[in-house]
Design a protein around this ligand. Structure first.
Ligand code: SAM
Length: 259
């Protein structure tokens, strides 16, 4: 299809296309897409996942940065009121405006180079996006969902946990893509916590987490010295001799509240 359209994959845009129909079908099943729901797909590429989402009855908004691919997908679904294509950089699209007041979900095989910042923007800004189900590099998926105390945990794990629950669903081998990526991929699901969605980037919570993880091998006494005095760390019952990677989200929140 790429060749027929006179195109070739661009690595700079994270273009690894799904070429295995069983995988695209399985993604939509695992995402539990329901008829009539609004699904935002970032990076439809050649439209393989878009097709499955559409066939599951979803109303799809597909955001594609590559003009040639956006035109191809728009042409494929021409006249279909269930598929809308936006030719733009998903990072500069106001996703909250795309959802309006209506609940939506993100289901996508994300471009790996922008996956994490894009997910963080969506969680921080798009209240109506209640959950995301995305393919990312396996290492990134592990990090997004890692609990404190594990080797994969990073500042981003804690930030994601503030918005919702993240879970790695399954690993996906390079063989289902063209071109084959050098690393494994994985499907990850993030579901917002129940109740009013948490939005924005809470401060000083996120700055504290960043300071702690910037020097994750150091004790909190040292890594947080510029942002949080030792007596404040002690005042919330956290041992300043611990390292950031052992601190739970609840403890980070207590520290932020005590500042
Ligand atoms: N969904 C297709 C599939 O599964 O075969 C393609 C997935 S491919 C990993 C990522 C897609 O995202 C590519 O089509 C690429 O052009 C597009 N893309 C890359 N950066 C983007 C951005 N910032 N905004 C929107 N689309 C982007």
């Amino acid at each position: 299809m790429l060749t027929a359209a006179g195109l070739s994959p661009k690595r700079s845009r994270g273009q690894n296309f799904l070429i295995d129909p069983n995988t695209t079908r399985r993604i939509v099943e695992l995402a539990r897409v329901e008829a009539g729901e609004h699904v935002i797909e970032v990076g439809p590429g050649l439209g393989a996942l878009t097709r499955q989402l559409r066939d599951a009855g979803a109303r799809v908004t597909a955001i594609e940065i590559d003009s040639a691919l956006a035109a191809l997908v728009a042409q494929t679904f021409h006249g279909d009121p269930m598929v809308r294509v936006i030719n733009d950089d998903a990072r500069s699209v106001d996703i909250a405006a795309v959802t309006g007041d209506e609940p939506a979900r993100v289901v996508a095989n994300l471009p790996y180079n922008v996956a994490t910042p894009l997910l963080m923007d969506i969680l921080a800004e798009a209240a109506q996006v209640r959950s995301v189900f995305v393919m990312v590099q396996a290492e990134v998926a592990d990090r997004l969902a890692a609990p404190p105390g594990t080797s994969d945990v990073g500042g981003v794990s804690l930030k994601v946990a503030w918005y919702g629950n993240a879970e790695v669903i399954r690993r996906v081998p390079p063989t289902v893509f063209y071109p084959k990526p050098r690393v494994d991929s994985a499907l990850v699901r993030i579901v917002r916590h129940p109740g009013a969605p948490r939005l924005g980037r809470p401060e000083p919570l996120f700055s504290l987490i960043e300071a702690g993880y910037k020097q994750r091998r150091k004790t909190l006494r040292r890594s947080l010295s510029a942002v949080c005095p030792t007596d404040v760390i002690e005042s919330v019952g956290v041992d300043p001799g611990r390292r950031a990677e052992t601190v739970t989200l609840q403890e980070w929140e207590s520290l932020a509240a005590a500042l």
